[in-house]
Design a protein around this ligand. Structure first.
Ligand SMILES: Cc1ncc(C[n+]2csc(CCOP(=O)(O)OP(=O)(O)O)c2C)c(N)n1
Ligand SMILES: [Mg+2]
Length: 371
């Protein structure tokens, strides 16, 4: 259900760093990381988790119809997000909240979209190339591949300058690998040698379908079949996710074609706030993954290399302040105008839409102003 002999790892669950023949090449990248960068990894993971839990509470209190938690997946998200270079284009699925934060999309903006107050959410050009959340499973694999083909056509990859060349990174899940779109994306990316990193977060579940029903072989082996270099990493080790993403995006940017990472992680929370995972998975599995938590192990590591308790206290205080602010901003948000549902269905007026609008307006009015 979890790691294999092939899984690359630098930071073990007990918070110790170890290198092997297969990870030695990443030693310089890890040694280069400054204390500020390392503590930033921790800060981003921890604060996103606290905000994620607060968002879930807000959903439960009726502030939005749906919340999509990412608890447990912060290690691979923050590691890979930091491994990308600023000019790279990120194509997320719908639970990449830590990477959104790193690119300037706040939790408030994500919630505004889920509450129905914006169509799509944000302008990627104004958000450091962080593209829109994609709810339709695996479509973003095609968007990213198309974008990466465009990078090649524009000549924005392959000059060998990591600060100028561009790559795309696409995030998708274990369930998404079963969609036709994902296979088509791999075919086109490989045929056109597009500079795209496929970043699969295998969180073991696609709603209630376990990963074993998606594939009989480890998922990263699929990409090998398409001729794409592919690796499996411990998705809860922020350091290997950083080092491998940096290495593979540099390779893609300098003409090496598409690359693939399967990050083995776990969705600690529910699929969404509409889901009850206790109906389909057991306590033992939860315990197994809780012991491999990405934030706990990184905290152990940082403490071991001398980061003070005062730092962790300061992060907790910041997380608490941000959660309070999130609650305030969300509870002050307006309600979406329900008439908008009908506004953009057809360019021209349509009798059926008019009829539905009239029915809905009567329905809403039947509550006597209480919606
Ligand atoms: C094309 C399509 N089919 C079905 C759905 C409903 N759906 C939403 S999430 C999901 C499971 C996705 O699982 P996975 O790819 O593993 O991502 P995870 O949610 O675990 O991050 C499904 C089937 C959808 N959104 N789009
Ligand atoms: Mg999944």
């Amino acid at each position: 259900m979890s790691y294999t002999d092939e899984t690359l790892q630098i930071l073990s669950p007990d918070g110790r760093i170890h290198f092997s023949e297969r990870t030695d090449e990443f030693l310089p990248l890890i040694e280069e990381l400054t204390e500020d960068q390392l503590t930033d990894f921790y800060r981003t993971m921890r604060i996103t988790r606290v905000l994620d839990l607060e968002a879930h509470n807000l959903q439960r209190q009726g502030q939005m119809a749906l919340w999509v938690p990412a608890v447990g997946q912060e290690g691979c998200q923050v590691g890979s997000g930091a491994g990308a270079r600023p000019q790279d284009h990120i194509f997320p699925a719908y639970r990449e909240h830590s990477i959104a934060r790193m690119r300037g999309v706040s939790m408030v903006e994500i919630i505004r979209m889920l509450r129905g107050l914006t169509h799509g959410g944000w302008d990627p050009a104004a958000k450091n190339n962080f593209h829109l959340y994609a709810i339709v499973i695996a479509t973003q694999t095609l968007h990213a591949t198309g974008y990466a083909m465009g990078i090649n056509f524009d000549g924005a990859a392959g000059t060998g300058n990591p600060n100028e060349d561009e790559a795309a990174i696409v995030y998708f899940g274990d369930g998404a690998t079963s969609q036709g779109d994902a296979s088509e994306a791999l075919v086109f990316a490989q045929s056109y040698q597009a500079p795209v990193l496929f970043f699969l977060q295998n969180n073991q579940w696609a709603i209630s379908a376990p990963v074993r029903v998606q594939s009989r072989t480890p998922l990263y082996k699929r990409a090998e079949g398409f001729g794409i270099p592919s690796y499996q990493v411990d998705g809860n080790d922020v350091l290997i996710n950083y080092a491998l993403t940096r290495t593979l995006t540099d390779r893609a940017r300098s003409g090496g074609g598409p690359q693939f990472i399967e990050a083995v992680t776990y969705r600690i929370g529910a699929h969404t706030s509409s889901d009850d995972p206790s109906r389909y998975r057991d306590e033992e599995e939860m315990r197994y993954w809780a012991e491999r938590d990405p934030i706990d192990r990184f905290r152990l590591y940082l403490s071991g290399v001398g980061v003070s308790e005062a730092f962790f206290d300061e992060v907790e205080a910041q997380a608490k302040d941000e959660a309070t602010d999130l609650r305030k901003q969300v509870t002050e948000m307006s309600k979406p105008d329900s008439q908008n549902i009908f506004a953009h269905v057809y360019t021209d007026p349509h009798p059926l839409v008019d009829e539905q609008r009239a029915w809905f307006t009567d329905f809403e009015n039947s509550f006597g102003g209480e919606k």
